[in-house]
Design a protein around this ligand. Sequence first.
Ligand SMILES: NC(=O)c1ccc[n+]([C@@H]2O[C@H](COP(=O)([O-])OP(=O)(O)OC[C@H]3O[C@@H](n4cnc5c(N)ncnc54)[C@H](O)[C@@H]3O)[C@@H](O)[C@H]2O)c1
Length: 281
Amino acid sequence: MDRLKGRVAIITGSGQGIGRGIAHRFAKEGARIVVSDWKVHRGERVCAELHEMGAEAISIPADISSREDIEGLVEGAVEAFDGVDILVNNAQTFTPNVPFEEKTDEMWTVSLLTGPLATFWSMRAVHPVMKARGGGRIINFASLNGELGQRLTVDYNASKEAIRTITKTAAREWGHDGILVNAIAPGAASPVYQAWAKRQPEMAAEQERKKPIQRAGDPELDIGGVALFLASDDSRYLTGHTLFVDGGAWLGPSRERVQDDPEQWRRPEHFARIDWNRRDD
Ligand SMILES: NC(=O)c1ccc[n+]([C@@H]2O[C@H](COP(=O)([O-])OP(=O)(O)OC[C@H]3O[C@@H](n4cnc5c(N)ncnc54)[C@H](O)[C@@H]3O)[C@@H](O)[C@H]2O)c1
């Protein structure tokens, strides 16, 4: 409790999903929250939930593909709460999943505007505010899709990997200002994930089964907890990292053919039975 007492946090895309989970978690730790979403009703709904919990919160709608909106969001937060301590760049607009050769310039534009450019704009806008306060925390959002070069999402992949190097560059340049910058590559059952899992139940079940922790993540308990760590004093010596908070999915498929079923891969006949110390081979 109170690990973020009085600190001001802007969370983009906090009208649902992971952003909402982080807003709830931060609010329980005493943070003052600026909820932001381009869907006004979503932002207001989450803001009302936070008020019900007794938290201080305001909703400032912003479309992160607009630099003016982002700058207005930061200005609004400073006006309301006299500063910003934590920025969570969570929102991203998704484009249709289609093969590489079917991706259009319009899809690329959406991914690049709402990915690296939005992240850059909001970071640039909060920098003087955080510097004047003696420091701050920035949490950006990456994806395992980018790390792995996942099929059907080339524009999204490129935008998420760009965000990782923006994270590293800012960590290097702003460490002496006390501003620590890290990224989370999450895996969580947000509404967008749930909609996909409903359409592709077998694929979703297989995806969960393949992870070391065989379940979907919870936006508040699993992702919000790590975001809290990155926003709190416990991570004061950590910057420039991407934390893959995805139940171990980032480890990728195991090389044993029977990887997915513990009953199978634990059976002795599947172990590599090579005694490297034998001298009589
Ligand atoms: N859910 C996962 O498993 C997963 C995996 C990898 C990465 N991510 C990343 O995590 C972040 C959150 O994802 P989520 O699953 O909670 O998504 P979500 O769609 O459930 O929630 C995203 C929120 O952002 C808002 N938003 C979208 N475009 C916006 C814009 N232009 N301006 C302002 N708000 C906008 C939406 O209205 C929505 O409320 C994203 O950056 C996403 O790429 C999620």
